[in-house]
Ligand binder design. Structure first.
Ligand SMILES: Nc1ncnc2c1ncn2[C@@H]1O[C@H](COP(=O)(O)OP(=O)(O)OP(=O)(O)O)[C@@H](O)[C@H]1O
Ligand SMILES: [Mg+2]
Length: 361
């Protein structure tokens, strides 16, 4: 079977990352100049993909990428740190393993040890601290970039970000540091709230949707590379997704599947859109259902391009106070986002599309 040129699940391999040249250059400069950076953006905007590409591009620096998604305890964080060290390129893995052996830590066996009975289990807090110190030691020996992905998860582990801050703060000049995360306000809070250990410790950089030129190039090349013609479908895709990276790839894949080798995508958009809507309807309905009654009204209004203070709000019996609260929560969760122009939109264009069709105003 032919492999689709539009993968839409999980991070992309570095050579597939397109349309991120400006961001990549900015991040590369930040790493080189050792400016601590927090990369913020909604889910599935391509944060992990762009960071993998950055690691591949920065050949003079070795990267350890730590995925903190869903960590709840020090033991979870320890396991993630140790697997990140073991997954790193040999130039950094080998000294990491050496250091751990010197410290009496068997990186490969940590997970099993942390599952032992309490009396035989190592202290996960102490181990976390030790591993962080090992990262700092590595960074002082060789050019190192540490990427903490899904960093907001670590804030739920009592005291963990404070340890990280304490161990790292005197070494910002030694180690490249990028923190990435998705629930935008949880991430923002880590770096902008006075009571947080990383207050004012990083520059915030936001990842934006892909622009029309990038979507056009990705779509046209994806079709051409597989012996097909994209026709004018890139414009249809951009109109639907507004450049939301994962949604763009999902929709592009759908049209591509309906276009045989040697064929053009022209004339196939309508059918692709119907299939896409059918395939996603269940998940979108469930997503919508998970919202509170007030959030539902607010999302519905923004999907339909209305104002939460206007006539649509009145018709939905939505009070300004309740609407403001719900809007702020939805922005904090990344379900809504500010567009360049400052207006607020539903982050997932397919959810917006579903709402316009199912619950028009
Ligand atoms: N530069 C890009 N060009 C085209 N598509 C992209 C790009 N970056 C990301 N995507 C699409 O978005 C999907 C998700 O990418 P990725 O996992 O990097 O996002 P993320 O922001 O890390 O998501 P999450 O918040 O779920 O961790 C990819 O599978 C791909 O379809
Ligand atoms: Mg990610």
């Amino acid at each position: 079977m032919e492999v689709s040129p539009f993968p839409y699940q999980g991070p992309l391999p570095p050579d597939r990352v397109r349309g991120r040249d400006g961001l990549l250059q900015d991040l590369a400069e930040r790493v080189t100049e050792r400016r601590v950076t927090a990369l913020l953006g909604p889910r599935r905007f391509g944060k992990t993909s762009v960071l993998r590409r950055l690691a591949a591009d920065l050949t003079e620096v070795s990267t350890i990428a730590i995925d903190l998604f869903g960590v709840q305890t020090h033991a979870d964080a320890v396991v993630r740190l140790s697997s990140a060290m073991q997954a790193a390129v040999p130039s950094i893995r080998e000294p990491a393993v050496e250091l751990s052996v010197e410290a009496g830590i068997d990186l490969g066996g940590l997970q099993a040890k942390l599952a032992l009975s309490p009396a035989r289990r190592p202290d996960a807090r102490a181990l976390f601290d030790q591993l962080v110190q090992m990262l700092v030691t590595l960074g002082r020996r060789m050019p190192l970039l540490l990427v903490f992905d899904e960093f907001q998860s670590l804030t739920t582990v009592d005291g963990a970000t404070a340890v990280l801050r304490t161990r790292l703060q005197h070494h910002y000049a030694d180690v490249g540091l990028i923190f990435a995360g998705s629930a935008p306000s949880a991430m923002r809070d880590v770096f902008t709230r006075h009571d947080q250990p990383f207050f004012n410790q990083a520059d915030l950089v936001t990842i934006e949707p892909l622009d029309l030129a990038a979507v056009h190039a990705i779509v046209v090349d994806g079709f051409a590379d597989t012996g097909r013609d994209a026709g004018s479908v890139a414009g249809n895709l951009f109109d639907l997704t507004g450049g939301h990276p994962q949604r763009t790839m999902r929709a592009a894949d759908q049209v591509w599947r309906l276009t045989g080798p040697g064929e053009s995508a022209d004339g196939r958009w309508g059918r692709a859109l119907t299939r896409l809507r059918d395939a996603e309807a269940g998940v979108l309905a469930a997503t919508y259902d998970d919202l509170t009654a007030t959030e539902k009204k607010v999302v519905r209004i923004y999907a339909n391009g209305g104002s939460i203070y206007g006539s649509a709000a009145e018709r939905l019996e939505l009070s300004p106070g309740a609407a403001n609260h719900a809007r702020d929560r939805l922005l904090a969760d990344g379900k809504l986002r500010h567009r360049d122009e400052g207006d607020i939109v539903v982050t997932d264009p397919l959810l917006a599309d579903w709402l316009v069709r199912r619950l028009p105003l």
